[in-house]
Design a protein around this ligand. Structure first.
Ligand code: ADP
Length: 433
């Protein structure tokens, strides 16, 4: 953009008016009159240019008036600036429209509710999935749009970390997943996904594993019976056969453990979403578990440190199996050192730890430990009767109790498995009676 000086801008008009003034002076010999004529001409020329400018300002869509070269460049710059401004406004408007349009046209169903959970907006996909008309439902509390109390409870608890799955209609197969995120003045953006198919597949997988495990139990019981009785029917069992029967007995025991763990895992998964409302006396539960472990490993040192009087809202059987699995692992994967189980309070909530001074685990394995059948050392796990499902069970129990599982371990030094429960899940022993 150019920035011409004042004289450059008005040079032509000044030269023209001075020439006319000089011509008048030569013709009349009257210098004052000639100067007056020159000023008059200059004023008229300015006035004319100004009037053209005002006309253009009144009709901005027209092209700017042609002035002399310098003025023309100024007008061209003004014109360019103006058109840029108009363009910017246009694009701002169109981008806002574009945004609204894109949210509206999203294939994913989306809704906005306010802090009182009233429906402020929803797109066409949400209308379709929920089978509603926004015009009719606008301003209504969201829980009123769904059957059951699960959504109202979820919104009351305001814990939006985990999405909510609900079955909103009479069709038990129809399952929706709702994901909430806060924005603006405490409003909530809700994404609604139809997860009926995924839910059905999950259920089929769980049922399949559960059914197969269940079906395997009867033949296994029969085989186990024969393994136990046949040797006693044979008066003389040679060493090879004896070894065979002993090996069969070990493998049958392994299969029994595997089936028991698979069945238990599918049971825990089936009720994972359900809230556990029973109060569990953790201190009492831990002393029971320590007594059981001590009975199975009489020569090992198992220490219990209870420093919290908190009770937990949860499922006693699930917690029992999680802590037992951690305790058994601590004993299995350490040769002699002590195993310590602790229950104590922390700033975030009550904590349960199981520590050993055993083999430890290399850092690269830690993220995968809770996968089903993941073993750091397969032969070692089989040697000590592991199923590869123990920590998967612990993880599921943690999830269904909103707890976080942390693993700290160092090869050769030992491991610490830590379950951190949310404070909201615990109460003081005295308060609960
Ligand atoms: P498993 O039945 O094989 O013990 P888990 O799921 O309980 O299966 O554990 C997975 C793997 O994690 C184990 O195979 C073992 O290698 C490792 N692990 C678990 N707990 C410990 C521990 N306390 N010390 C060392 N390794 C452990």
């Amino acid at each position: 953009m150019t920035s011409p000086g004042l004289f450059a801008l008005e040079r032509r008009r000044v030269v023209v008016s001075m020439a006319i003034g000089i011509a008048c002076w030569i013709a009349t010999g009257n210098a004052v009159g000639a100067a007056g004529v020159s000023l008059l001409v200059l004023t008229v020329l300015w006035g004319w240019q100004l009037s053209r400018l005002y006309r253009w300002f009144a009709h901005p869509d027209e092209l700017p008036p042609l002035g002399d070269a310098a003025i023309r460049s100024v007008l061209r710059d003004v014109y360019v600036l103006r058109s840029r401004g108009v363009h910017r406004n246009d694009s701002a408007l169109s981008s806002r429209g574009y945004r609204n349009e894109s949210i509206e046209s999203m294939r994913e169903a989306a809704m906005i509710i306010n802090s009182s959970n009233e429906l402020l907006w929803c797109n066409a996909a949400a209308e379709y999935v929920l089978n509603i008309q926004f015009a009719e439902e606008e301003g209504k509390p969201l829980p009123d749009l769904f059957r059951g109390k699960a959504l109202a409870k979820y919104l009351r608890e305001e814990n939006f970390q985990k999405p909510l799955r609900i079955r909103p209609g009479p069709d038990p197969e129809f399952c929706l997943q709702l994901e909430f995120s806060r924005f603006g003045a405490n409003d909530l953006l809700v994404f609604v996904k139809d997860v009926s198919q995924q839910d059905q597949l999950d259920r089929m997988r769980r049922d399949f594993v559960g059914n197969v495990s269940h079906e395997l139990r009867t033949p296994l019981t029969v085989i186990k019976g024969y393994i136990e009785t046949v040797p006693s029917l044979m008066p003389e069992l040679n060493a090879t056969l004896e070894k065979c029967f002993s090996s069969m007995a070990t493998q049958v025991a392994r299969m029994e453990n595997l089936i028991a763990d698979l069945l238990w895992l599918s049971q825990i998964e089936a009720v994972e979403g359900e809230r556990k409302e029973r109060l569990v006396d953790v201190a009492h539960l831990l002393s029971t578990i320590v007594a059981e472990l001590q009975a199975a490993w009489p020569h090992r040192s198992i220490e219990l440190q209870v420093k919290s009087v908190k009770k937990l809202y949860g499922d006693e059987r699930e917690l029992h199996s999680a802590v037992t699995n951690l305790g058994v692992n601590a004993l299995k994967y350490s040769e002699a050192g002590p195993v310590t189980i602790k229950w104590f309070d922390s700033a975030v909530g009550p904590v349960l730890t199981v520590e050993d001074e055993g083999l430890g685990i290399a850092a690269k394995h830690i993220p995968r430990l809770t996968e089903r059948f993941y073993r750091v050392d397969k032969s070692r796990s089989q040697q000590v009767g592991g199923t590869g499902l123990g920590l998967a069970i612990v993880k599921h129990v943690a999830v269904s109790h909103e707890a976080k599982l942390f693993v700290e371990s160092e090869p050769g030094k030992g491991s610490c498995f830590r379950l951190v429960f949310p404070a909201s899940r615990s109460v003081e022993s005295d308060a609960s009676g």
